[in-house]
Design a protein around this ligand. Sequence first.
Ligand code: SER
Length: 395
Amino acid sequence: MDCDQTVLTFIEFFAERGHELTKGSSLLPPQGDSVLYTSAGMQPLTRYLEGAPHPLGARLAGVQRCLRTTDLDDIGDYTHLTVFEMLGSWSLGDYGGPQSLRWGLELMSAGFGIEQGRLYATAFGGNDEVGPDIDAVATWRELGLPVELGGPQNWWSNGPTGPCGPDSEIFVWMPDGPPAGSPLTDERWVELWNHVTMRYRRLNDGRLEALARPSVDTGMGLERLLMVTQRVGSVFETDLIAPWLSALLGLWPGLAGNGGRPLRIVVDHLRSAVAVIGDGVLPASNGRGYVLRRLLRRALIELWHADRSATLADLPPGLVEQTLDHFGQQAGPGFVGGVLAAEQGRFAELLTRGRAVLRRLYPDGALTERDYRFLHETHGLPGEIVTELAAELRP
Ligand code: SER
C-alpha cells in the first residue's frame, strides 16, 4: 500500500463510521494560537475538544501536518521526523474511548493487515489526580491485546494548559522475529497510535477540571504507519521519503558514514525546511523563522562535515516540487531554492567571519562560558556555531 492508498484507507474507514473529513491547518496554527507551529493533529481542534460545537459535527477524521522541535535531538534515528503528518480521528462528545480502541484495532488488523500478534497496548496507570484508565484496560483485554500500565507517558496534554487526559497507545513490534518484552521494556516496540480520552482541562492555576463534554482524540504518525505496512527499516525508506534519501545519497555519498545518521538528519531537516518555507515562513533571527534557520544550519553543518564543497543549489527542483505538491503548497521550487541559496550564503559568510574571529582570539579552541557570551553579544555568533568552530581549532 503506497502513501496515498494508506491515507485513503484511513479516511474511508472513518467515513464509513460517520466521520466527516476535516481540512486541518497548515504548519502555522490558526490566528490567536500562542504556539509557533502546529505540533499535534488535535491542535486546530482545541476549542472544539474543550466543548465548542464543530460545524462539521461530532465525528471527524483527517490528516494534519505537524512540526515538533522537542524531538530535535532524536532526529537521525529511524522513527523521528521534525515535520510529519498525523492521521487523526475525533469524537467530540460522541462515542467514548473503548469504541475508539475497538475501531483502532479493527483498522490496524483488517484495514492495514498488521497481525494482532505484533501489537501491544499501554494504558494510563493513574496518579494522585486521576485513577487508572480501567475502561481502556478492560477493552484491550476483551479484544485479546496485551496491555500494560504506564505512567506520565500515558497522560496526554498539548502544553501546560488546555484539554488533556489518559492516553492509550498502540505499539507495533518492528523486527521480523517473534515479539519480546513489552513497550516499556523493549524499544523495538514502536509507538504508533495514541488514543486520548480528553476528559479534563488543565487550568492556568494548575488545577484539573473535568470537561462537561468529554471527547476522544487519536493521532497516528503517517510515516511510521508506512514504515510498518511497507515493512521497511525506517521512516526514511517509505515511498513518501525514499526519494529524498536516494537523491541526497547520490549527491553527497559522504553522508552515508556513521551508520547513515548524517544522511537521515539532512533528509529530515531539508525536507522539513521545504515544507516550512512552502507554508510561508522565511528564515529569521527569532520566532518561526528562527526554527527554520536552525534546521537549515544544522543540515548545512552535517552536510559540510561530509562534503566541504556541497551546495544546496544541487538539490533537484523535482524533489522539492514533489514535497510541495504532497503538502498541497502553492510555492514553487524556484522560490524555495532561492530561499535555501540565500540562507546558505548567509550561513557560509557567518562561518567564515566566525572562523577568523576564533582563530584570532582563541587559537587553541578553548573557550569559557564568558567567551561564548562575548562572541554572541559582540560578534553575533550563536553558541552552537561557536562550538562547531572551536572543535575545528582544537588539536
Ligand atoms: N493528541 C495526541 C497526539 O498528538 C493524539 O492525537 O499524540
